[in-house]
Design a protein around this ligand. Structure first.
Ligand SMILES: Cc1cc2nc3c(=O)[nH]c(=O)nc-3n(C[C@H](O)[C@H](O)[C@H](O)COP(=O)(O)OP(=O)(O)OC[C@H]3O[C@@H](n4cnc5c(N)ncnc54)[C@H](O)[C@@H]3O)c2cc1C
Length: 310
């Protein structure tokens, strides 16, 4: 079964999500990985080294959904599966492609049970649906955090340059980026989340400080984002980002269902909360019951004393 995976990349580097989608999609068959963009030579070389990738296809153009869906609809006839990460590009382009091909997309897959059977969360992660997709061709998005990253194969797959550039009616005029020296929330190994209890944007510096010591990404609840304490792109949960770190440190967060929907993939949870009855305290592997404004400075001082710096 042939598989075409759309690579996610940003700022000249392959996104960590791509290696995870490649690992997941390799259960379906050998993979051709499509890299679209300008000056993508280094990205294509990185992509060619991933285990499971048999060929890298590169194409000039901006990754804008209308042009990408048109290109994919012509490429799709050669493949049984077209797969993207369930990130912003995948969420935009896969439904358009499915409409062009008159297929039903299967989105947000967290487990591949067989060539035509997939698991995906529904009801904000409170139930798991098994989908049987008996269409002649499959158009899928995979939740990257649900899969391990593909290793490097040690060899380089061939790179083929497609001579049909992506043509889009939409033009990208500018790219406004949030500057951050912390890891990407969606793929970070340690995430520290802050809740409304932080009380102000200035106080969020406390957990940013802790995050720097641990090499962690920083996230927030919707209540904290709505209060203006944290930027929108830090929001974790049903209407925010889905995370799957090895360790999630939840600080001053009650554990509302909509927040829990975003952290189900976390392997261990440490909760810091004054309320021993808070749902997240009960769910956590380890809980520190107490005032975050006392506990966090103590934690930072102890990490300093031990010389911990990642
Ligand atoms: C349609 C919809 C979608 C939503 N999507 C999301 C989403 O994607 N993500 C999300 O997070 N929420 C989402 N929400 C909001 C969600 O329901 C909760 O309101 C929100 O998660 C609560 O945030 P919180 O834990 O910061 O605040 P609270 O629920 O108010 O909890 C604050 C916690 O801090 C503790 N605390 C207080 N002071 C201290 C202190 N000094 N030290 C330690 N602990 C302290 C309290 O005991 C409490 O447990 C959504 C809601 C709706 C209706």
């Amino acid at each position: 079964m042939s598989v075409l995976v759309i690579a996610d990349h940003d700022a000249g580097a392959l996104s960590p999500a791509t290696a995870r989608v490649v690992q997941g999609a390799s259960e379906l068959g050998p993979i051709d990985l499509l890299v679209i963009g300008e000056n993508t030579e280094n990205i294509a070389a990185e992509a060619a080294a991933l285990a499971g990738v048999t060929k890298v296809l590169t194409c000039q153009g901006a990754v804008l959904a209308d042009g990408l869906a048109t290109l994919l609809s012509t490429l799709a006839v050669r493949y049984h599966y077209v797969v993207a990460s369930a990130g912003s590009v995948g969420k935009d382009v896969i439904p358009r492609l499915a409409a062009k091909l008159d297929l039903m997309p299967v989105t947000d897959i967290v487990k591949i049970l067989g060539p035509t059977r997939f698991e995906r969360p529904i009801y904000a992660g409170n139930a798991v649906q098994t989908v049987s997709d008996n269409q002649p061709r499959h158009v899928l998005t995979l939740r990257a955090s649900a899969f391990r990253p593909a290793a490097s194969s040690g060899t380089a797959a061939p790179i083929q340059v497609l001579d049909s550039p992506v043509d889009s009616a939409v033009k990208l005029l500018a790219d406004h980026r949030t500057q951050s020296d912390t890891p990407d929330l969606a793929t970070a190994q340690i995430v520290i989340g802050g809740g409304i209890a932080l009380g102000s944007a200035e106080n969020f510096a406390l957990i940013e400080n802790l995050a720097k010591k641990l090499g962690a990404a920083v996230g927030a609840t919707r209540a904290a984002v709505d209060a203006g304490y944290a930027p929108n792109d830090w929001q974790i949960g049903q209407t925010g980002k889905i995370i799957a770190p090895d360790l999630y440190i939840a600080i001053g967060i009650s554990g509302a269902l909509q927040h829990l929907a975003g952290i189900q993939g976390a392997k261990k949870i440490l909760a810091i909360n004054t309320d021993a009855e808070a749902p997240l305290v009960k769910l956590a592997d380890v809980a520190l019951v107490g005032d975050l404004f006392e506990i966090i400075p103590q934690l930072i001082a102890e990490l300093d004393r031990l010389g911990v710096k990642r």
